[in-house]
Design a protein around this ligand. Sequence first.
Ligand SMILES: Nc1ncnc2c1ncn2[C@@H]1O[C@H](COP(=O)(O)OP(=O)(O)OP(=O)(O)O)[C@@H](O)[C@H]1O
Length: 240
Amino acid sequence: MERSISVDQVSKSFGKKKVLERIDLQVQRGEIHGLIGPSGAGKTTLVKLLVGMDIADKGTVHVLGKRMPDLDLLQSIGYMAQADALYAELTGLENLQFFASLFKLSKAQQKERIAYTADLVKLANELGKKVAAYSGGMRRRLSLAIALIQDPQILILDEPTVGIDPELRLSIWNELLRLKREAGKTILVTTHVMDEAERCDRLAMVRDGRILTSGSPRELMTDYQVSGLEEVFLKVGGAR
Ligand SMILES: Nc1ncnc2c1ncn2[C@@H]1O[C@H](COP(=O)(O)OP(=O)(O)OP(=O)(O)O)[C@@H](O)[C@H]1O
């Protein structure tokens, strides 16, 4: 199977603190891969290396066969950060227009992608409002729309559903599954939530900068002889 993301023996420290230690991670094209782990485990640090926002001290990160960081890959990677990077004084529509203009899209494609992504996150009727007046959940939804704006091959989503109500969370997950199934997108998602982890094709459980275990949810539950992912996590030492 074709690899979309390959992380090989990656380590990263901030000052004296080792945040990632000899991480190996492979994500195949067209799968949803979850990174699950407690706060401070190193998930966001790893995600930043994947999108080229930071550089590993040791080891290599390849995305679509290219060594990161690589500016040419920005078109191919949709990134939703944990902290929303939005222009609060602009409207939702103006934010989408601005981000759409950064990519190689014709005016007609920009319009079509803005309409599609706004509809997807159920913000079509709120686009005229300034982002300053958006709720936390609305900002997350707008950030997700922006991550999708250029129709990237790979989506990297750092806790995309935090602050989003259960109904919309479900509809976003259904759409992620559809994007995988129908458009063959590769999706890497970080989460704290076990029921989201269950929807992933493969999972890596992270703690203290190391991958404790990885596999499909079914493989993990079989290997550890338990009936839920939470128990796998507890068994491998994920509990604090
Ligand atoms: N720029 C930085 N400078 C110093 N320390 C940092 C920096 N970025 C992250 N860290 C530290 O690295 C560790 C891992 O942080 P990271 O944000 O990757 O964890 P996380 O698993 O994403 O947690 P959360 O789920 O809360 O987002 C933490 O101890 C954090 O304080």
